[in-house]
Design a protein around this ligand. Structure first.
Ligand code: IPE
Ligand code: IPE
Ligand code: MG
Length: 253
């Protein structure tokens, strides 16, 4: 592990890493268990990765925990996930405080059951003055929901005369997204072998480096995060330019 950490160039860390935590169900099934058993063990990975991210000095970590589409899963799985969410929010609040982590949430939290909403609101309030890492939980989140919502709000403000539609640009739209306080992720990791984005941060991932691993989320640990970051640091991010142009400006991260 120490060897891996030493391979990471601390001066070129991504500021923001986003993770699609996938594979809990398959992990459980492979063990002959109920899907919820997988979600339960996935929480341990969340703990471990949050700790690893803080130790490295990441500024933003976004975790896709529950999508808009996940509401359509069997009721027993949805309610089990909500229980896990509430329980662990409460349990982890002191750890977040101790580590100076500020919890943030993106997504349609109105959809969450009341006890989950309340539990979340408490932890958001308790950590709001922390100025260490931002831990952003994507809950009841989907990118299409977010974009449609943003367009709706922009439409309302145009109709009210607050925005001149001719002046709308990237910054305008970004200000209406639920990620308006955060920089775009430079690195997006998806566990468990699927090569897709599944409605996650479609706008914000425009120039993110994508990293896919077969490791199921309940098995994902700091070591795997460090490997992803080392891989990221070996890539050339061109942002549409040529390699030569990057050499001349010296910017590749
Ligand atoms: C990710 O694991 C957790 C959530 C989507 C809530 P899955 O539950 O999607 O696990 P698989 O993909 O079915 O294995
Ligand atoms: C994406 O995983 C959502 C989360 C990890 C919360 P899914 O398991 O829901 O995505 P699909 O169905 O494989 O695309
Ligand atoms: Mg899945």
């Amino acid at each position: 592990m120490q060897e891996l950490i030493e391979k990471i160039d601390k001066s070129r860390l991504p500021k923001h890493v986003a993770i699609i935590m996938d594979g809990n169900g398959r992990w459980a099934k492979e063990k002959g268990q109920d899907r919820l058993y997988g979600h339960f063990h996935g929480v341990e990975s969340v703990r471990n990765i949050v700790e690893g991210a803080v130790e490295l000095g990441l500024e933003y970590l976004t975790l896709y925990a529950f999508s808009t589409e996940n509401w359509d899963r069997p009721a027993h799985e949805v309610s089990g996930l909500m229980e896990l969410l509430v329980e662990n929010m409460k349990k982890e609040a002191p750890v977040l405080k101790k580590n100076n982590i500020r919890l943030r949430v993106i997504g349609d939290t109105e959809m969450l059951p009341e006890h989950a909403r309340n539990g979340l609101a408490e932890v958001l309030a308790e950590t709001k003055d922390n100025n260490g890492m931002n831990l952003i939980m994507a809950l009841s989140y989907s990118s299409r929901w977010e974009l449609v919502n943003a367009v709706k709000k922009i439409g309302i403000d145009v109709a009210a005369g607050k925005i001149n539609p001719e002046t709308i640009n990237n910054e305008t739209l970004e200000a209406y997204l639920s990620t308006s306080d955060f920089p775009d992720p430079e690195l997006m990791i998806r566990t468990s072998g699927e090569f897709r984005i599944s409605n996650f941060l479609l706008y914000q991932l425009a120039y993110a480096e994508l990293y896919f691993t077969d490791v199921r989320w309940p098995d994902f640990r700091k070591k795997n995060l460090y490997e992803a970051i080392i891989d990221f640091q070996g890539r050339e991010r061109r942002f549409g330019k040529t390699s030569d142009q990057l050499l001349h400006t010296g910017v590749s991260h």
